[in-house]
Write a protein that binds this ligand. Sequence first.
Ligand code: ADP
Ligand code: MG
Length: 368
Amino acid sequence: MLSRPVFDYNSLNETGNPSRTQPIKTSGLNLILISMTILAIETSCDETAAAVYGETGLLSNVILSQAIHNQFGGVVPELASREHVRSILPIIRGALNDAETSLDQLDGVAVTQGPGLIGSLLVGINTAKGLCYALRIPLVAVNHIEGHIFSINLSREVNPPFIALVISGGHTLLVLVNRFANYQILGRTHDDAAGEAFDKVAKMLELGYPGGPVIDKLAREGNEKFIAFPRALMKSREFDFSFSGLKTAVLYYLKRNTEQHRNRHVADIVASFQAALVDVLVEKTVLAAKNHRINQVVIAGGVARNNYLRQRLSQRAETENLRVFIPEPVFCTDNAAMIAWVGFQKLKQGILSELNIAPVSGMNLATL
Ligand code: ADP
Ligand code: MG
């Protein structure tokens, strides 16, 4: 039995530059030979999450969605960081207990470095650094979007190349995934993210936060053809999105009509809004796949939980001869399991981070 490699942090070549994000290159040889277990931490926004991943797959996945933001109709950054501080240790303990793994069995800690809210990211990063320093094990920084892209692999193996549609409260991206760590961003939103549009429309209709799940459910009882809301950039050959016009169209529609009309037709209004948004997502994703001659499509992020989208994309894929892969709902919204999956690959390849990494709020996909 080989012993685990011990990381002597005091002998690392410190640069003294706190923003340095260069990964440490190791031969990876002794890291590959043993069976590995990694703890992952995700605190980029309003979920405090931890997961344990090993050679046999996911061993535990604990997620706390902070309820404190519901009353404000959106995430309040300062409150989010405070909640992370309060919950991070019990959540980590919960993940280790569920996985029946002790701290000394860990071979590394993966953590979300960005993109996300700085104050929230800091809590996860500092906790991860503390654990790595104390346990003398490597730190693995992970890009949150990269985690989303590969979240499908927690349920089934999907190998690149594929097109990934990442849609959440903060992001809307179409990505060509050539292979692990090789990504080309094909399109992104010019304004609101897809999930943000769901949340804002729900707020206008006083349906609560987060808006996506409520609209998803309510829209099933509505007529999606009731109002022809705009489908911005749908006919353009580009892959960018824009959802603020759709949001404003809903606002003007509500202003033009009486409260009585709104109450009677709330399901029709949200069904029409959802259809407009989903139409564009499906159209662009299929177009991207065809243009790049890729026959596999993956969706990810909180909005990938949307039932209407899942159904529409699957139907469309059948007629277009595309294979569509949709993660289980629990792996769509923010979670640490997806960070663990990416972290595990990096740990195996010896792509490690120094202990002086800083959070990067606007981190793009090419950074790591
Ligand atoms: P973030 O990183 O922005 O927190 P998440 O991946 O956690 O993103 O996703 C949260 C977003 O997903 C919210 O905007 C929420 O409204 C949206 N969402 C969740 N479930 C659904 C659903 N069933 N339909 C549409 N949107 C959804
Ligand atoms: Mg979230």
